[in-house]
Ligand binder design. Structure first.
Ligand code: GTP
Ligand code: MG
Length: 392
């Protein structure tokens, strides 16, 4: 499963985002609570379910009237403060949790109501742009430190006649989830000495910067958008990186209200209606939230998750099935699984994503929509329903 980590300074709203996003309002009745531990849960990206192309909705536990929710892992990393990589605040231990993250959502307090340490200050008096910069630079320093710590091993390996600097670096970098392609991209992006002994801190730092870019891409959640000065949001949105205004608190309130049948709302909806018996206070709060949600086309929490997976990581959703006409697995479940594959993935890649044995035994594949065989070089598209024929 892909992993998204929430990082940012204390009090920015990470835990609120986490709680909102991992609350399984998708199927709260018969699906177990999805938080694995307090900082580690399951959230969902939302996409159009292929069942929309058929007469009947699939009824899958993660499909609501054709809104399909695909699981990703979500991590709530404890507050980072400037200098965390040197052990300040809760320090390195929390940065290390980012090792397995495929993407980072930097939750920043767009209201500017807390300083760099997360302490409350007057709204608008702290510049949230600084927060974006320090999350990124803490990640780079953390990676540079780890490279530095591994350097002795690389130097030792370099005494062997078969030593290959690219190979040695690849071994270290794949530890951060870098694929072969990522490693190649990193090494292409920088000029570096062949001999590890000749590397300077600057060389490692440069490598850490590209490694951060390739393996820990950052989407900024401009949180507390409900109380943020317009000017802060505009400046954040003007940054040269993905930025989504969010109100984590609003999303949490909506998911709770939906669970209590007070509102008609599915995560990611751009509006909601009040449907239950609400007190005057509740109505006031919900109507206030309606204004925020109208202004930002939703609470932004679902948008932030979706953009980090579908745009930043450039994924598509593919659905393997066993029965190509019914779109079911062996037990009759319609569209049982959804896989988030890299754009450009082929049917064989999907087979490997299902199971390595299915991948090894891959023979050919059928597009379940058209019923036609598809070739090995066929690039899958968002929403493809595929029957894989395999010896496994
Ligand atoms: N107005 C507003 N307040 C929010 C929003 N999201 C979170 N908050 C509030 O901000 C405060 C901090 O939220 P948390 O989610 O605990 O922050 P955190 O980033 O997890 O903080 P640490 O765990 O200390 O790093 C709480 O009082 C939240 O209710 C939001 O979207 N709007
Ligand atoms: Mg927290």
């Amino acid at each position: 499963m892909l992993t998204v980590a929430l990082a940012g300074k204390p009090n920015a709203g990470k835990s609120t985002f986490f709680e909102a996003a991992t609350r399984d309002s998708v199927e709260s009745a018969n699906y177990p609570f999805t938080t694995i531990d307090p900082n580690h849960g399951v959230a969902y990206v939302r996409t159009a379910c292929p069942c929309l192309d058929r007469e009947e909705r699939c009824g899958h536990e993660h499909c609501r009237d054709g809104k399909r929710y695909v699981p990703v892992e979500l991590l709530d990393v404890a507050g980072l403060v400037p200098g965390a990589h040197e052990g300040r605040g809760l320090g390195n231990q929390f940065l290390d949790e980012l090792t397995n993250a495929d993407a980072v959502i930097a939750v920043v307090d767009a209201a500017g109501a807390t300083n760099a340490e997360g302490e409350p200050v007057e709204v608008g008096s702290y510049d949230p742009i600084e927060e974006v910069d320090f999350v990124e630079s803490e990640l780079v320093e953390w990676l540079a430190d780890i490279l530095g710590r591994n350097w002795e091993t690389i130097e030792r390996r370099s005494r062997s006649p078969e030593f290959d600097v690219d190979e040695a670096l690849a071994d270290v970098l794949t530890g951060f989830g870098a694929t072969e392609a990522d490693v190649a991209a990193c090494l292409r992006a920088i000029d570096y000495p062949e001999d590890p002994i000749a590397w300077e801190d600057d060389d490692r730092h440069e490598l850490a910067e590209v490694l951060r870019r390739e393996t820990k891409p950052i989407l900024v959640a401009a949180n507390k958008a409900d109380i943020a000065p317009e000017e802060n949001l505009e400046r954040l949105l003007a940054l040269d990186q993905p930025v989504v205004p969010t109100t984590a608190e609003g999303e949490l309130a909506l998911r709770r209200a939906a669970e209590a049948d007070l509102v008609d709302y599915d995560p990611g909806d751009e509006e909601f209606s009040i449907v239950g018996e609400v007190s005057d206070d509740q109505r006031g709060a919900l109507e206030g939230l309606q204004d925020t949600v109208r202004e930002h086309e939703g609470t932004g929490v679902q948008t932030a998750l979706n953009e980090s997976i579908y745009e930043m990581l450039d994924r598509i959703t593919a659905y393997p099935v066993e029965d190509q006409s019914k779109w079911t697995d062996a037990t009759g479940t319609v569209l049982p699984d959804a896989h988030l594959l890299r754009r450009g993935a082929t049917p064989r890649d999907l087979a490997f994503a299902v199971h390595s044995d299915i991948g090894e035994g891959y023979l050919h594949a059928v597009d379940a929509r058209s019923g036609r065989d598809i070739g090995d070089d066929h690039e899958l598209e968002e929403g493809d329903v595929i029957k894989i024929v395999s010896t496994a």
